[in-house]
Design a protein around this ligand. Structure first.
Ligand SMILES: [Cu+2]
Length: 158
């Protein structure tokens, strides 16, 4: 018995040092830290990095909080995008141009997968939070370059 306890103690000590370095603390939704989404997203959204770094190689998990009537024009990503609806209703469609007649309405708990390079678009009615995960680095390529808010922003001064 003493041997077993000692072995267990060593095991726990060993795992404690491993997790102390690697483990992110569990998080409640109230503790999620929101900040304005980068300007590759249309203005008005907030983003929270839940795990990983979306701009580096490897798995990332982020959340996107969008106001009502928020639209993300047709775009694609270099890697598969996995979207889980945390709250609200999220409309998503596949295609080269946002078409509010052609979309799927996902409710809280709904899930969608957009394969790498596949064009898709999305919009909200009320405030909606989605969790997005995938392999970084994350990037958005808009089908119509004029839809790219980061390019609009850099054009604004002239
Ligand atoms: Cu997308």
């Amino acid at each position: 018995m003493r041997k077993l306890m000692l072995a267990l103690g060593l095991l726990l000590a060993g795992s404690a040092t491993a997790t102390a370095q690697d483990m992110r603390m569990p998080l409640n939704s109230d503790d999620v830290k929101w900040m304005p989404a980068p300007n590759v997203f249309p203005a008005g959204a907030q983003i929270a990095v839940i795990s990983g770094d979306p701009f580096k190689e490897g798995l990332y998990v982020v959340r996107l909080k969008m106001p009502g009537n928020y639209k993300i024009p047709a775009h694609n990503h270099p890697t598969t995008e996995y979207v889980t609806v945390i709250s609200g209703d999220f409309n998503i469609g596949m295609g080269d141009k946002l078409d509010a007649q052609k979309g799927l309405l996902l409710h809280t708990g709904g899930f969608a997968e957009a394969p790498a390079k596949m064009n898709h678009y999305a919009w909200t009615s009320g405030e909606t939070v989605v969790q997005v995960h995938g392999q970084g680095p994350f990037a958005i390529t808009y089908v119509n370059p004029a839809d790219d808010p980061s390019k609009k922003a850099s054009k604004a001064p002239d």
